[in-house]
Write a protein that binds this ligand. Structure first.
Ligand code: NAD
Ligand code: DAU
Length: 362
């Protein structure tokens, strides 16, 4: 059996990864450490396959004593580190929590792993692995026509979120070069799919369209992201953990780069098809251009050549089918939406970020 500590496994990608592992890997036991911030929910962990191989622990990655205890109690051989503050807009309003969780939290896990695996030698080092889940935002922004990000693109983060993730990447890499801790890193583009907290573009637009609320497009809506279906990301992470070269970084992306406005219009068309009798039909009438995000990165694009050539990974889901499945998932899970989106923090955030936001450029 492999004993895997997943951090942030009650969040969007983490919970999809836990589900993916329990479903596809019979020889894996998962300890899931999550602080259940506003972005984490046990609703994301309902009906897991083989729940007897999953232990949920409510706690903070910055709590060294707790992490030390988990590594020993469960003889953890692999750490897959998702836990983070992740929303760029929130990092602009309140950067402090990003610094603490993303930098100090990652440092705490690294120190605990070094202590257990390299100082106390609780298991042979060849069996140990620390995988850090990171973002393409560490590379900054691309102008139109500029070549895609690769693993060798210099770091140039532009938001407090991106800067905190860049710092965490540097720490993880330094533990490899300085101490020989066996690590890998993935830097991935924008994910979408089931269980994403509805502060992010795609679920926010689906739920606002459902409810006849404005669809707030920042700036001119021509910013470009490289969208990847969440299950493809989980598959990429697991391949890197199993077959990736120790100490290496792999860039992961979806090769889907439509501008935001096109994504929003596609969601509206899917809503029109699925809800032809909605009072808000056609849903595109709800689109409103609003003031841009400060420091808004214009374009992301990922070159997946390394992970494709070395590990044979490529995305399986197309954006067209993935978006359709995603919209359907949110419409078919009103209980999840109710549980996640009715919490006061979410309502407060929507109020703070959108009410009184000045109109945009179109
Ligand atoms: P999310 O915001 O949905 O979930 C984050 C989870 O971490 C939540 O369950 C939260 O409760 C937990 N958490 C936060 N602080 C914690 C702490 N101090 N201790 C323990 N748990 C804590 O995030 P996500 O979108 O699933 O992203 C997961 C990881 O993937 C992050 O590291 C993010 O930077 C990275 N990433 C995300 C994307 C994306 O498009 N969402 C793309 C690339 C990389
Ligand atoms: O690239 C990977 C990153 O993708 C991850 O590291 C982050 O954790 C994740 O949040 C995501 O960051 P973005 O800022 O790209 O995602 P978000 O969903 O917030 O926004 C996507 C795009 O849509 C971005 O250009 C801003 C725009 N947007 C977003 C919201 C919430 C709008 O136009 N209106 C909105 O209301």
């Amino acid at each position: 059996m492999k004993n895997i500590l997943v951090t942030g496994g009650a969040g969007f990608i983490g919970s999809n990864f836990v589900r993916y592992l329990l479903h596809s890997e019979p020889d894996v036991r998962v300890v899931n450490l999550d602080a259940l911030t506003y972005a984490g929910s046990q609703e994301n962990l309902q009906d897991l396959p083989s729940p007897e191989r999953h232990n949920f622990v409510h706690g903070d990655i910055c709590d060294r004593a707790l992490v030390d205890d988990l590594l020993r109690r469960y003889t953890i051989d692999t750490i897959v580190h998702f836990a983070a503050e992740t929303h760029v807009d929130r990092s602009i309003v309140d950067p402090g929590t990003f610094i603490h969780t993303n930098i100090v939290g990652t440092f705490t896990l690294l120190e605990a792993a070094r202590g257990a695996w390299m100082v106390e030698k609780l298991l042979p080092l060849e069996q140990a692995h620390f995988h850090h889940v990171s973002t393409d935002e560490v590379y900054g922004t691309l102008a139109p026509g500029e070549p895609s990000f690769t693993e060798n693109t210099p770091y140039a983060p532009r938001s407090p979120y991106a800067a905190s993730k860049a710092a965490s990447d540097h720490l993880v890499r330094s533990y490899s070069t300085t101490y020989g801790l066996p690590i890998t890193i993935t830097n991935c583009s924008n994910n979408y799919g089931p269980n994403q907290f509805p502060e992010k573009l795609i679920p926010l637009m689906v739920l606002h369209a459902r409810d006849g609320k404005p669809l707030p497009v920042y700036g001119d809506g021509q910013q470009v992201r490289d969208w990847l279906y969440v299950e493809d990301h989980c598959d990429a992470i697991w391949r890197v953990i199993q077959k990736g070269r120790t100490g290496e970084t792999y860039a992961v992306g979806g090769d889907n780069q439509p501008p935001n406005l096109e994504i929003v219009n596609t969601i509206c068309h899917i809503m029109d098809e699925l809800r032809p009798n909605s009072p808000y039909y056609p849903h595109s009438q709800l689109i409103q251009f609003v003031a841009d995000r400060p420091g808004h990165d214009r374009r992301y694009s990922i070159d997946i050549n390394k992970i494709h050539t070395e590990l044979g990974w490529q995305p399986r889901q197309s954006l067209e089918t993935g978006l359709r499945e995603t919209v359907r998932w949110y419409l078919e899970h009103p209980d999840w939406v109710q549980a996640v989106a009715q919490q006061p923090d979410y309502q407060g955030w929507i109020q703070k970020n959108y009410t009184n936001r000045p109109k945009g450029v179109q």
